[in-house]
Design a binder for this molecule. Structure first.
Ligand code: S3P
Length: 412
């Protein structure tokens, strides 16, 4: 399905977000009851795969497009002492899985891959009683895969994290009364989980998805005379570097009504049209805005001055090679930029910049397709995006929200 989008005029409105994808995936794997809400295809496939494995005793599991689903579920199932086979769609079949298979095998699992990629085979095995592991990359999926393996394998695990990645798994396990402790020693974060203590079945509240919100935050910043209220968005500190960066870029954005449930903070986000300034995005904060880099790099085009991003290598192994996809979007809107290995410099064209005749390639990646749609707010004419179906994996009501703000969307 392709999209033709025409921008509307200014808006003062609010939108409805899907539930936080990261938290919902974890709840799906642990089979924990949650509040109702909109969820995308990734959460649906993880829920189904987890149910098929645990409740229906099935061996062959399909995870669709979901990297989080396949990596976390592989960990969770590898401690069960059963045989499984996990596969996914074309994009998932190209993503590296050795980052989880290697440490899971060190922990005592029997996980094998096809040239480092899915399908993933798990054979019955018994996990070690104790295990310590230092993360070589700041990946929440890797750390969560190991924590969930330890839970089913009844392992006492220590995970050493040089840089903080999203900590939803730790927060959820604490809420579910597992024996989990976090310590900071020698500027390293250390997670201790005693897998012998099982989870207590308690309800989990899932707020709105901050990463989904980021697209409409960007849209409002770029639109003239506009204001948007986004209710009940998750503002876990390990997820909101995008918010902090935007404030430093002079964005008129604030949070109100901060609340907390099951250790996860959430709030209403209020955003107004703004004139942005460029800034440096240091590699230390990249893990905390990893999914927001594509939309942030689009915003940088409409800022005064340059924005410099460093250490973007992880973007190459997401649902698409997002560094390549970002370069393609930037080229299509005639932005001034320089890409050098894993770094990217965008020379802002200023707040009045607009473009015309854009035809975006989505690379079958939901976040790239949504970037294209948001850019329509600065296009003189209609924009086109090919293959927007992937948006459904994380934000099924994305076009509904966009249309409620006055945009015209033609899907064919
Ligand atoms: C996620 C972790 C991140 C992120 C992904 C969701 C999670 O991936 O990009 O969208 O829910 O744990 P990495 O762990 O590969 O950085």
């Amino acid at each position: 399905m392709n999209a033709l989008i025409k921008k509307g005029s200014s808006f003062k409105s609010s939108i409805v977000l899907p539930l936080d994808k990261s938290i919902a995936q974890r709840a799906a794997i642990l089979n924990i009851e949650t509040n109702d809400g909109i969820v995308g295809g990734d959460v649906i496939s993880t829920r189904q795969a987890s149910k098929n494995a645990i409740a229906n005793g099935e061996e062959n599991l399909y995870l669709g497009n979901s990297g989080t689903g396949i990596r976390l579920l592989t960990g969770y199932l590898s401690g069960l002492g059963r045989k499984f086979n996990l596969s996914g769609d074309m994009s998932l079949s190209k993503r590296p899985m050795d980052r989880i298979a290697d440490p899971l095998n060190e922990l005592g699992a029997k996980v094998s891959l096809n040239n480092g990629k899915p399908p993933i085979k798990i054979l019955p095995s018994k996990l070690k009683k104790e295990f310590s592991y230092r993360l070589p990359i700041p990946s929440a999926q890797l750390k969560s895969s190991l924590l969930l393996a330890a839970l089913n394998g009844k392992t006492k695990i220590e995970i050493i994290e040089p840089e903080l990645s999203r900590d939803h798994t730790e927060k959820m396990l604490k809420h579910l009364e597992c024996d989990i402790k976090i310590e900071y020693k020698d500027s390293l974060r250390r997670i201790y989980l005693n897998g012998e203590v099982p989870i207590k079945e308690k309800r989990v509240f899932i707020p709105g998805d901050f990463s989904a919100a980021s697209f409409f935050i960007a849209l409002t910043l770029l639109s003239e005379n506009s204001r948007l209220l986004i209710p009940e968005v998750g503002i876990n500190p390990s997820r909101i570097a995008f918010f902090d960066v935007l404030k430093e870029m002079n964005a008129d954005i604030s949070v109100e009504n901060i609340k907390e449930k099951n250790n996860e903070a959430y709030a209403d986000i209020l955003v107004n049209s703004s004139k942005l300034r460029g800034r440096v995005i240091a590699k230390e904060i990249v893990p905390n805005l990893i999914d927001e880099i594509p939309i942030l790099s689009m915003l940088a085009v409409f800022a005064e001055g340059s924005t410099f991003f460093e250490g973007l290598s992880e973007l190459k192994v997401k649902e698409s090679d997002r560094l390549k996809a970002i370069r393609s979007l930037l080229t299509e809107i005639n932005a001034k930029f320089e890409a050098n290995l894993d770094d990217l410099t965008i020379k802002g064209s200023g707040n009045n910049y607009s473009f015309s005749n854009a035809k975006f390639n989505s690379f079958n990646d939901h976040r790239i397709a949504m970037c294209g749609a948001i850019l329509s707010s600065r296009s003189i004419d209609d924009i086109q995006i090919n293959n927007v179906d992937s948006i459904e994996t994380s934000f099924p009501n994305f076009f509904e929200n966009l249309s409620s703000l006055g945009f015209t969307i033609d899907l064919s």
